[in-house]
Design a protein around this ligand. Sequence first.
Ligand SMILES: Nc1ncnc2c1ncn2[C@@H]1O[C@H](COP(=O)(O)OP(=O)(O)O)[C@@H](O)[C@H]1O
Ligand SMILES: [Mg+2]
Length: 353
Amino acid sequence: MGRTDVNNLKRHKMKKEHVLNCSFSSWYDRFKDLTIKSVVLPLPQEFIDYLHKDGVVLPEGSVQGSSQSRPEDENDDDDDVDWGSGSAAVAVAPEFPEFERLVKKAIQKLGGRVFPKLNWSAPRDATWISFDKTLKCTCPSDVYLLLKSSDFIAHDLSQPFLHCSDCDLEMARADVKYDLILRRWQDLQPGMEFRCFVRNKKLIAISQRHHIQYYAFLESQKDEIISDIQAFFYHMISNKFPDESYVFDVYRKDKGHLTLVDFNPFGEVTDALLFTWEELANDSGELKAERPEFRFLQSKDGVQPNPFAYFAMPRDFVDLAAGEDPYKLMDLLHLKVQTSTSENTSSDEDTTS
Ligand SMILES: Nc1ncnc2c1ncn2[C@@H]1O[C@H](COP(=O)(O)OP(=O)(O)O)[C@@H](O)[C@H]1O
Ligand SMILES: [Mg+2]
């Protein structure tokens, strides 16, 4: 990186306030009509403590009978092993009956299937642990399991103001009011999602959101996509969002039908996808915004490796292999024992799976 690039990044240095403005509850009320219906539930301190603790043990009663069979149940070799007391020190099942009641009520209100996240991040790195490998949740334990298994969620909790130029990490974190966000589940076509970069109130750049995939239809629709996003930005977003520079994600269901998905800070914590932050932050560079530049993969040859490949390997097993935390495996197995016990009692037909 040259000297001017570094200066440009400095000029657009993220501030704590910019990060807070992208926190879900800061923008949701103002943009309710443009985005996916959601419920915001303030997190009780005990739940935050539970998320901070190592190990995965679900609260009693959070598991819903039928949808809970997990793929790892295929292997029942370990039925004879007594996992009882050894894991007790770490694996105490917590209880949050009042919070849990609110989660259940919200899931019901949102149609029975929800997408979970905290103030900024969804647990996208933890889909490996869910039954259908998505973030779709139908009961509180689905939500807890994803949140507890995600490094992205841990980041929201431990260092939300990383890369901010104006605050002490520890002090700032204390001011954050954490929420669980539940959003109505949407079956989104990944090729129709776009990330839009706004610098000094101008829409300068648009990237396909899932930048490792090639979507053949983007080439023929590129002009409409740019015009739709420009109109959406200038009419619905730009005069209502408090910052000069930020990033928003949209879903284009079809021509003229756009849904706002999320806001993200303008800075390195946000993935620049098919751009680089050096380009995006450079006021005198190529991206000038008479018309935003739209980038998408032009051919299959451009397909990049899956950035989440690393996350397919449970972080807990990585730690275990490194001998870092022997309690982790016990905790995971404790969970499995709980899950399979509740299945055995709720359904007898399932014994072969
Ligand atoms: N309500 C929803 N239903 C289903 N999938 C969703 C929903 N909201 C978001 N997604 C998917 O999850 C991805 C990440 O969502 P987002 O809220 O931007 O989380 P993050 O900020 O952690 O990236 C989106 O790009 C979209 O593909
Ligand atoms: Mg986001």
